[in-house]
Design a protein around this ligand. Structure first.
Ligand code: ZN
Length: 151
């Protein structure tokens, strides 16, 4: 009885948070010390003229060891941009400079920090194929997900 009511509460909480995430032009995503984002998919509405993504690093390790950022590209550009980002170095937040393939990119942060990036939806179209990832060297293989723009 106790367990089942807990389960119901969890289901309601999960449904509520999914609903909010799907409709919000303000997205929040967490990264941790285990090379993980807490989301595999982010959904925004095509009615958003601007989108803000806030990245929270819930770990404790410093940025030079376990840094995370949030980068958005077309899925076709994901691998080349991630590779180029590694070469750009920490001074450039591991993002290639003046690269038109980068739709949005945040700073690299370490544990306990938070950063956000706001970008125009002009470069996005509903139904497009986008990937978000962390471009810190070696992280993009695991720290990535789908970015969905819904009509
Ligand atoms: Zn990372």
């Amino acid at each position: 009885m106790k367990n089942s009511s807990l389960l119901v509460t969890l289901v309601i909480l999960l449904s509520t948070s999914n609903f909010v995430a799907a409709d919000s032009c303000n997205q929040v995503i967490e990264g941790n010390d285990m090379l993980q984002f807490n989301l595999k998919e982010m959904v925004v509405s095509s009615s958003c003229s601007e989108i803000t993504v806030t990245l929270q690093h819930t770990g404790a390790m410093p940025a030079n060891v376990m840094g995370h950022n949030w980068v958005l590209t077309n899925t076709a550009d994901f691998m080349p941009v991630a590779t180029a980002g590694g070469g750009a170095g920490m001074a450039n937040n591991y993002v290639p400079v003046n690269d038109a393939r980068v739709i949005a990119a945040s700073d690299v942060i370490g544990g306990g920090a938070e950063t956000s990036v706001t970008f125009s939806s002009d470069l996005l179209s509903a139904g497009g194929d986008y990937t978000f990832f962390c471009s810190f060297p070696g992280h993009y293989a695991i720290m990535k997900g789908s970015f969905v723009v819904r009509d």
